[in-house]
Ligand binder design. Sequence first.
Ligand code: GLY
Ligand code: MN
Ligand code: MN
Length: 481
Amino acid sequence: MKKLIALALLSASMGGFAQNEPGDFLTSEFHMERRTLVREKMPENSVAVFFTNPVRNRANDVDFIYHQDPNFYYLTGYREPHAVLMIFKEEQEGPEERFNEIIFIQPRNARAEMWTGRRLGTTGVKEKLAFNQVFNNTDFEDYNIDFSTFDKVLFYDFFNDVRDTRTEGDLYDLIASFKSKSGYPTEGDLTIESAANNLDMETLDQIMKDLRGIKTKDEIELLRKAVDISCIGQAEVMKAMKPGLSEREVQGIHEFVFKKYQAEYEGYPSIVGEGNNGCILHYIENYKPEITSDKMILMDLGAEYHGYTADVTRTIPVDGKFSKEEKAIYDLVYKAQDEAIKAAKPGVNIGRDLDAAIARRIINEGLAELGIIESVDQRHLYYPHGLGHHIGLDVHDKGNYEYLEAGMAITIEPGIYIPEGADCDEKWWGIAVRIEDCILITEDGNELLSDLAPRKSDEIEKLMQEPSPLDSFVLPELGKD
Ligand code: GLY
Ligand code: MN
Ligand code: MN
């Protein structure tokens, strides 16, 4: 209960960047330390160059809500577009002082800010994000840097999906300037042989995986909040669930809970699929207008809180009671998941030690026992995905997969999906179960982060009997006077 009260108070704490923002964002010290660690891992005489995410157009003059590139956010805390960051391995000689990092950001502009929101500008970035060398992005083109003097220029290759907004210094211009300054192959001559031979588009990703894969105390705190919020959403939906709701309405209840706790976004498009729709792994249409009492509903949703996203799935019976077949499949997935969670600790490999040796083996044995497959060795598509992945600033976060280490945050998410028409007794058709939890690897095992949403079939049935405040939330019918 203490946990819940703490969550309710989240939004009441100190001021942030913009007016009335919560104060529990990562600090400038955190981001600065991350840059220092990148620098330590960089090769001698190198520079690392990072760009912000592009602004994506939705239609006409409306853009999608802006989301920063997670690497850029991790290293700077900057949440605006059209910027470039350079981290130098060695100190550089400046006109006034030596420096080892520099950032070019979008300038203040009263007119633009009136329409699309406040900008930090160079003064704000110096003060709030603790950078010394801060310039407007319009200065990047004339910035005097000779990339050929570095042994390595580290960056991520480009996807050519950036619009030219025709605003001087925008991301399109920043990338064009960088390409021209660095000797990146030009459009008509796109071969790596034609590029300057110090360009390195591989090393940076490994550095970022090494760093982002191990969470700090501050990151874990935000991740815990994202996971708690998502679990509270699942628990509230369990109480509110009833036949006749639409998939979209169920999605809305989860997302309302996210917003209630000040989670900015969903970490990925919400997946809410009743019956056979649950067999589509990333089903995001959520269109079914009325869910029915004889089905289960699979709900895979994650709140994103200050950049960090949860990834939690629960599958529940619409009418509050698992049928015999549903329970058989549910309990099998639960057993596979629970055994895998028990075995997750430093030194083990997710794919080999937790999935192949435990979860997948248990699922195959169970499917064979239930007669859904003929033998444990039969190849099938009833469990077509991996067991888990890192979570963090991305839902499928950067991190290493060879061995688990303390400080890694991962999901454990086995599933069984039996679509209509599958090659088994039709009593199993349309049953889709995924149970997905978030765990934190500790020195000697792991901690289950997503324990606020029940996982066991009998615990789910019990919670589903409780009343929901939404039971009395009735809106007028459209088109009726
Ligand atoms: N929600 C996406 C996944 O489970 O990986
Ligand atoms: Mn997942
Ligand atoms: Mn998921």
